[in-house]
Design a protein around this ligand. Structure first.
Ligand SMILES: Cc1ncc(COP(=O)(O)O)c(C=O)c1O
Length: 444
């Protein structure tokens, strides 16, 4: 076993401890908290990130075989073409009293990719784009209630689902999302249903007759895309006159440029895009049919920095890269191969682990008892060997055969040790720090 990195002495973990005392929660994104990976031992901060390589504050070098900036960078970190376009935009002024023309160019490009839509609005983050979509859809239908499936951000309309019963969001993506501060009058306005369960949506519709104006869901995440389910949801939305929104913030820009629904011949009324669209630069879009999108003119939706130039510029370059280099095909092909190789490794080790999720974002679902302990030990042991690794791998064009082979070889060594420890009941003794968190928790 080769241990490259001393995980017990890292400037990043000390800075993280300090950060938690002056930034409530430590940072701005739950999924980047050290506690979500390896509490007390995670390097936490980076100095440089390039391709899939990351250097921490102590110049330790890692390959990122985890969430790649939470799924933001399908072209790898610091992609040269995107950076070059962005640098030009910066040099020419990223802000002015006048609007930047790239905004219109991006709208045209997204509408060309999704010819069933007629209009676009833009924001910078996924949660705010979902909120724009839901507000616009509510304005268009005049109905308050939203049926939803999946994760859609931190805003009141969504977190209100957990008022009174704090478990409503637990099976969507993140358990434990606390609704403190969300007005209690919103109770009952956001109603969850589960992926693949169209019958559950029908019941919600029956129980809230003529009140559901919006149905919003993720096209896919940890399960294979269920096209029949998506068709049924489309039918239900049409029957009741609700606006159907596909939240493609995570599924978009993985298998093709734009929304993954482009591949299935199912047309929502609105789609929301973000994350990977900017390859690390903030940009999010709401695209939809004009009958719905026009309602955005009847409600106040406006923000200063939604006009800055960098996000539009980055997105235009990302789309160009996807089209010219068949990025979607590469991510899907690479992910499919990785899934097969991981699954056969787990089978050979008799570990009850399934590899699921988007092809471009394989998810390692640990079905063994003590799943969180196993996940923590995996991350810990991979970190020592120079990998940022967890149970989710967002692929990028910077993941090549050589580094995937290297990852699999190292992962096999670690999973073999874990399998032996699981069988020998000695897993807990491998833990060198606390177990990772699975969802939202107060940190201090
Ligand atoms: C499907 C989906 N919707 C909304 C969001 C919220 O996006 P953001 O974190 O950019 O606000 C996310 C983020 O993970 C997401 O995956």
């Amino acid at each position: 076993m080769t241990n490259h990195i001393n995980i017990h002495s890292n400037s990043g973990s000390s800075l993280w401890r300090e950060s938690k005392t002056i930034i409530p929660g430590g940072n701005q994104l739950l999924s980047k908290r050290s506690e979500m990976f390896l509490p007390d031992l995670w390097p936490s901060y980076y100095k440089e990130a390039r391709g899939i390589e990351v250097w921490d504050l102590d110049d330790n070098h890692y390959f990122d075989m985890s969430i790649m900036g939470i799924g933001t960078c399908p072209l790898g970190y610091a992609n040269e073409a995107v950076n070059s376009a962005v640098k030009t935009a910066i040099d020419k002024g990223s802000m002015s009293t006048l609007n930047c023309h790239e905004e219109v160019e991006l709208a045209k490009k997204l509408l060309e990719l999704h010819p069933w839509f007629h209009q676009a609005r833009f924001a910078r983050t996924g949660g705010e784009a979902c909120t724009i979509a839901v507000r616009t859809a509510r304005a268009a239908t005049g109905k308050d209630k939203v049926a939803f499936c999946g994760y859609h951000g931190w805003h009141d309309w969504y977190i209100s689902a957990n008022i009174d019963d704090g478990s409503h969001l637990n099976n969507q993506l993140l358990p434990g999302l606390a609704p403190n501060g969300v007005p209690k009058v919103l109770k009952g306005t956001a109603i969850p249903f589960h992926y693949g369960q169209a019958q559950e949506l029908r019941q919600i519709v029956d129980q809230n007759l003529n009140e559901i104006g919006v149905i919003i869901l993720e096209v896919a995440r940890y399960k294979t895309v269920d096209v029949d389910f998506l068709h049924e949801v489309r039918d239900i939305a049409t029957e009741i006159g609700a606006v159907l929104i596909f939240d493609e913030i995570t599924s978009g820009f993985r298998a093709c440029p734009g929304g993954m629904h482009r591949l299935f011949e199912i047309k929502p009324d609105v789609a929301v895009l973000g994350k990977a669209m900017g390859n690390g630069y903030p940009i999010a879009a709401v695209v939809g049919t004009s009958d719905i999108m026009e309602a955005a003119q009847d409600t106040f939706i406006s923000s200063t920095y939604w006009t800055e130039r960098i996000g539009f510029t980055a997105a235009l370059e990302v789309i160009c890269q996807f089209e010219e280099n068949n990025v979607g095909d590469y991510l899907v092909k690479t992910g499919k191969e990785l899934k097969v190789r991981l699954q056969s490794m787990f089978a050979a080790l008799s570990l009850d682990i399934e590899v699921q999720g988007l092809d471009a974002g394989p998810a390692i679902m640990i079905k063994e008892d003590d799943a969180l302990e196993i996940k923590t030990v995996f991350t810990q042991e991979m970190l020592k060997r120079g990998y940022l690794a967890s149970t989710l791998i967002y692929l990028s064009t910077a993941h090549n055969n050589e580094n995937l082979d290297g990852y699999l070889q190292t992962a096999k060594e670690v999973w073999t040790t874990i399998a032996a420890a699981v069988r020998g009941d000695s897993l807990v003794s491998m833990l060198e720090g606390p177990i990772c968190h699975s969802g939202f928790k107060r940190l201090t």
